[in-house]
Design a protein around this ligand. Structure first.
Ligand SMILES: [Zn+2]
Length: 456
């Protein structure tokens, strides 16, 4: 090993563990309670069991569904049983998109069923379906170059998955991109790493000035098969049938429960996830687990008789997936106290190892969060990265200029089952759930109880 390399490694080691050596003294009063929180969260698999109960009993929780309504009622009752305070619901109107029956078939070469999922927000096909030749494109540029070929076709975006942010645009906007050139329907290769022939649903939007065409996702394996057939010169024909439609908006609710602050009850540490889910799976990883692990912060404090100086407010947000009405509704209903939010925390990226905690805030805030995180050394979670935030806490945090924290699991594992029938509790390790609960409860407790409010 070269000398410069060994110095580099030494520096890297010390900057990776900034204060393991110089334990900040101001944290000493918290060490006892933090030990209790971590021990209680890891003593059993309470949080995983709660997630299993939620998903086994209520299943998928698409916005506007009876399942979601029943799950919300259960959450209210269960929060009350936990002893959380000021438990109540806050009403918001949400879209109600109904999938109906749907199917996709390769009719030439005859005849092959293709697994598929209509994209949330799509319109229906005529009852007999849409049958047309497929045009496979590798990305938006490819479509634009060969735009003249698209008329009357079903355009398939066979775009390999790189990361969610890059690839999801084809799910979100592909239908209008294709319709602009006269396509009659569009398909997108599932947005996620190669799975077990799983299609992934998810939200999509139609551009205003373009015709609306039906749109669905198919597994990567089927997209590649169609691509290979086309490459061999086969005129592949598909028949897509979908009954999807929007019904009138219906009422839904954010669920709120608190541990009231002992000294500054008007100052709020907001924590939560989204309680709605897509309909193919159970919404376990997205985002039942995020709701459960943030809710655990409140439950553990109550159970351990820990009452911080500031209020810890747990919110299970509705309608993140196809409308963001829960997060926007929370901002509108709490606008007057937006600046009284000291920190907001969301878990909506699963808990799969290796997980990380991200934080977005001022340098002064980041330094304090880094010090508090030294308390997570027993969990191996003491390194804080960037990228705090979340779709539900975003609106209130923008309004109140609130520092944001996120708990995020390994993104490859997360996006392999994201919005698929495979999003079930079976894939989630109870110890990873407990670790998330322990980490978040620790950070939330200390931020809520510090002598000075976290700087903005
Ligand atoms: Zn989510």
């Amino acid at each position: 090993m070269s000398r410069s390399l060994s110095i580099f490694l030494l520096v890297a080691l010390f900057s990776a563990y900034p204060s393991a050596q110089n334990r900040p003294g101001w944290l000493d009063p918290y060490r006892g309670n933090v030990e209790k929180i971590i021990a209680a969260a890891q003593a059993d698999q309470f949080a995983w069991d709660r997630l299993a109960e939620l998903t086994d009993t209520y299943g998928q929780r698409l916005s506007g569904s009876d399942n979601l309504n029943r799950a919300i009622a259960w959450a209210v009752e269960t929060m009350k049983k936990d002893g959380l305070e000021n438990v109540h619901t806050e009403r918001v109107m949400v879209p109600r998109w109904v999938r109906g029956n749907e199917s996709l078939e390769i009719t030439n070469p005859p005849h092959h069923h293709v697994p598929m999922l209509g994209l949330g927000g799509s319109i229906a096909t005529p009852p007999a379906g849409i049958e047309a030749e497929v045009m496979v494109v590798s990305n938006g540029d490819d479509l634009n170059k060969r735009a003249a070929e698209a008329k009357g076709k079903i355009v398939l975006f066979n775009v390999p998955y790189t990361n969610y942010g890059e690839t999801v645009q084809y799910r979100g906007n592909g239908a209008s991109m294709a319709a602009r050139h006269g396509a009659v329907a569009s398909l997108v290769r599932a947005v996620g790493p190669m799975g077990l022939r799983t299609p992934h649903t998810g939200g999509m939007n139609y551009a205003n000035e373009v015709a609306k065409i039906p749109t669905a996702a198919i597994p990567a394996e089927d997209a590649n098969r169609i691509q290979r057939l086309v490459n061999r010169g086969v005129k592949v024909r598909l028949r897509l049938k979908m009954e999807a439609k929007f019904e009138a908006d219906v009422e839904s609710f954010n669920v709120v429960g608190e541990i009231k602050g002992s000294e500054f009850p008007g100052e709020i540490v907001l924590v939560g996830g989204h309680f709605d889910s897509w309909d193919p799976g159970m919404g376990a990883s997205d985002d039942g687990v995020g709701c459960v692990v943030t809710w655990e912060a409140g439950r553990l404090m109550k159970k351990l008789n820990i009452r911080p100086k500031r209020t810890v407010r747990v919110v299970l947000f509705t309608n993140e997936e196809n409308g963001a009405r829960g997060g926007n509704g929370y901002r509108d209903q709490h606008a007057a106290e937006a600046s009284k939010h000291i920190m907001s925390v969301e878990s909506d990226s699963g808990v799969f190892a290796p997980a990380r905690i991200g934080f977005s805030g001022s340098e002064a805030a980041r330094r304090i969060i880094g010090e508090i995180a030294t308390l997570l050394a027993p969990l191996g979670m003491q390194q804080i990265s960037g990228g705090g935030g979340g779709a539900d806490i975003g609106p209130i945090s923008a309004l109140g200029k609130v520092p944001m924290m996120a708990y995020s699991g390994d993104s490859n594992k997360y996006f392999t089952i994201h919005h698929t029938p495979a999003d079930t509790v079976d894939r989630i390790d109870p110890q990873e759930v407990s670790k998330a609960a322990a980490s978040l409860a620790t950070m939330i407790y200390v931020v809520a109880d510090m002598p000075q409010a976290l700087p903005k």
